[in-house]
Design a protein around this ligand. Structure first.
Ligand code: FE2
Ligand code: FE2
Length: 356
C-alpha cells in the first residue's frame, strides 16, 4: 500500500507537462493501479493538459478504476465541448464502465451530441447501464466466453457462436452498435487467428468509433495475424486520427520487430495524437522486449530516484575510495609489474641447456 506522499510524488510526474509523455503515461498507470481518492484527484487535475492522447487515457483509466468518486470529473469532461472528441468519448465510456445508474440521464442527453463519436459512445453506455439494470451481469451470461483481459468493456460478449456467425453480426451495419460490439468482444475472447482476421475486417466499417474499438481489441489480443490490417489502417490517407492512434498502440503491444519499423515511420506524423501514440507504443514495445519489471513503474522509478539521491550524498567518500584505488593500481603496473616483466624477458633471453 503506497503512502499519500508516494501517490503525490507519482501525481506530480503526471501533472508536469515538462516530463516526457512516456514517463507521464507510466505515472498514470501507476496511479490507476494504486487507486484511491488521492490518485483520482491527481488524474482529475491533469485534464487541463494540451495532449489529447494523455487526457483520453486519463478518462479511460478513471473508467477502468470503477470508482464512483471519479464521476463528477468525468461528467465535466463529457460536457466540456472545448475538450477533443476522443477525450469526451472516453469520458462517456468511462461513465458507462463505472456502472452507476445516476448518470443515465446525462448519457441519454449526450446520445444526441452533434459529435458523432461522442453520441455513439453515450448510446453504447446507455445500453450497458440498461443491461446492468436488467441484471445482465448477475445472470452470469451462460454460453459466453469470459474476458481474459480484465478490462471493463463497453458491452458484454455475445453468446458463443461460430466465428462466421459472429463475423456476420460484427459487420452488419443495420444492427445497433451495442449488438455489434457484443460480437466484437466475443471474437476477442475467442482470440483465435480466424477470430482475429474477422475482427480486422471491422476496420473497413463506416463508424470511426467502431473502427477505433477494433484497433483497441486487436491490441489486447496481441496476435501477429492482425499486423497487416493494423498497418493498413495506420497508413490509410484520411483515416480518423482516433482510429490510427489505436492501431499504432495495438502494433506496439503486439511488439514484433516489424511493428517497431512501422511505428518508427509514423513517429513524426503530422497528426499529434498519432505521433504521440507511436512514441508511447515504442516505449511499450521496449517494455515487451526488454527487461523492465513492470510497465507502470512510476513508484519503482521514484524509489530509483531515492537511491540515486543516496549515491549522490555518498559522493565525497566514493571519490576518495576511487582515487586511492586507482593510485594503487597505477603504482602496481608502473613499478612492480614492469620490473617483473623485464626480469622475465632477461631470463628468457638466456641460452637454455639442451638435454643430453
Ligand atoms: Fe476509446
Ligand atoms: Fe485510445
Amino acid at each position: 500500500m503506497a503512502s499519500e506522499q508516494e501517490v503525490a510524488a507519482v501525481g506530480k510526474i503526471l501533472v508536469n507537462p515538462k516530463q516526457d509523455l512516456t514517463t507521464r503515461f507510466r505515472a498514470l498507470f501507476t496511479l490507476r493501479n494504486l487507486g484511491g481518492p488521492e490518485a483520482i484527484e491527481w488524474i482529475s487535475q491533469t485534464f487541463v493538459d494540451d495532449s489529447a492522447l494523455l487526457k483520453h487515457e486519463l478518462a479511460y483509466c478513471l473508467g477502468q478504476m470503477q470508482d464512483e468518486r471519479a464521476i463528477p470529473t468525468l461528467e465535466t469532461v463529457l460536457k466540456d465541448t472545448t475538450q477533443e472528441p476522443m477525450v469526451r468519448h472516453e469520458a462517456g465510456e468511462a461513465l458507462g464502465a463505472i456502472g452507476n445508474i445516476k448518470v443515465l440521464d446525462l448519457l441519454k442527453e449526450y446520445s444526441e451530441d452533434p459529435v458523432i463519436e461522442v453520441a455513439e459512445t453515450c448510446q453504447l453506455a446507455v445500453r450497458r447501464l440498461e443491461w446492468l439494470i436488467s441484471g445482465g451481469d448477475q445472470k452470469g451470461e451462460k454460453g459466453t466466453d469470459g474476458n481474459p483481459y480484465c478490462s471493463v468493456d463497453p458491452a458484454p460478449p455475445a453468446q458463443r457462436k461460430t466465428v462466421h456467425e459472429l463475423r456476420t453480426q460484427l459487420l452488419d451495419e443495420s444492427l445497433p452498435l451495442f449488438e455489434r460490439y457484443r460480437a466484437m468482444f466475443a471474437l476477442r475472447n475467442l482470440g483465435t487467428e480466424e477470430a482475429v482476421l474477422a475482427l480486422g475486417d471491422g476496420l473497413q466499417c463506416s463508424s470511426a468509433l467502431f473502427r477505433h474499438e477494433i484497433g483497441y481489441v486487436l491490441g489486447q489480443i496481441q496476435h501477429p495475424a492482425s499486423i497487416p490490417q493494423l498497418q493498413a489502417a495506420l497508413e490509410l490517407d484520411g483515416e480518423n486520427a482516433m482510429v490510427r492512434h489505436e492501431c499504432a498502440e495495438a502494433l506496439g503491444s503486439i511488439g514484433k520487430e516489424e511493428c517497431m519499423k512501422i511505428l518508427e515511420r509514423y513517429r513524426k506524423d503530422t497528426e499529434r495524437v498519432v505521433k504521440e501514440s507511436c512514441e508511447v507504443a515504442l516505449d511499450m514495445l521496449e517494455y515487451e522486449n526488454g527487461t523492465q519489471f513492470q510497465y507502470a513503474d512510476g513508484l519503482l522509478r521514484l524509489q530509483g530516484e531515492h537511491q540515486h539521491l543516496r549515491v549522490t550524498m555518498m559522493h565525497p567518500i566514493m571519490i576518495g575510495i576511487v582515487i586511492v584505488n586507482t593510485s594503487i593500481t597505477v603504482i602496481y603496473w608502473i613499478f612492480i609489474l614492469t620490473e617483473a616483466f623485464h626480469r622475465k624477458i632477461e631470463e628468457e633471453d638466456k641460452p637454455k641447456d639442451n638435454p643430453a
